[in-house]
Design a protein around this ligand. Structure first.
Ligand SMILES: [Zn+2]
Ligand SMILES: [Zn+2]
Length: 166
């Protein structure tokens, strides 16, 4: 069996998805949760969408991606709003032909909460939800997870759920 050394070098795919295997992403769609700095709660729009926040619980960002969560993490960490031009992100899952890719408008991080992202994925909150087979179920899973976490007391910004109300 011929193994791609670049893929093998990255071996924690299985920590984010029930179908991704060690060194072998499933190729399907995923949702993810990224930690936000507590300062985000000072933002009025963020507070408005989280009326049931329990003080002391984490503030998080819930997103969806056609890549693996680690690819999207690389986009969030490298393609910052206002500073993405000329920067690069890494695709670990093989969906892009090239492993290293130029940041674009479409790959930059959330304009609303990007500056509050710590860069850490909270995989235990979403592993059991992954993967999804198409963009419709991917978007539905994102919204459902955001609402579940809010019901547990998390303060949540969900990329596509909150974009329309911003
Ligand atoms: Zn997967
Ligand atoms: Zn990827």
């Amino acid at each position: 069996m011929q193994l791609n050394p670049q893929v093998m070098a990255f071996d924690s795919f299985q920590q984010h998805c029930t179908r991704c295997k060690k060194g072998k992403p499933c190729g399907k769609m995923h949702v993810y949760v990224m930690e936000l700095k507590p300062e985000v709660y000072k933002n009025q729009k963020f507070r408005d969408v989280n009326p049931n926040y329990k003080k002391g619980m984490p503030c998080v960002y819930v997103g969806k991606t056609s890549h693996h969560p680690k690819c999207r993490q690389s986009q969030h960490n490298n393609c910052k709003v206002g500073n993405w031009n000329g920067k690069k992100w890494t695709c670990y899952c093989g969906k892009k032909t090239e492993k290293i890719n130029e940041c674009k408008l479409s790959t930059r991080t959330s304009s609303k909460v990007g500056k509050y992202m710590t860069g850490y994925l909270l995989n235990t909150l979403y592993k059991k939800t992954n993967p999804q087979i198409d963009s419709e179920s991917n978007q539905a899973a994102e919204g459902k997870l955001a609402i579940e976490l809010r019901n547990q007391g998390f303060a949540v910004w969900a990329g596509h759920l909150n974009q329309s109300s911003s």
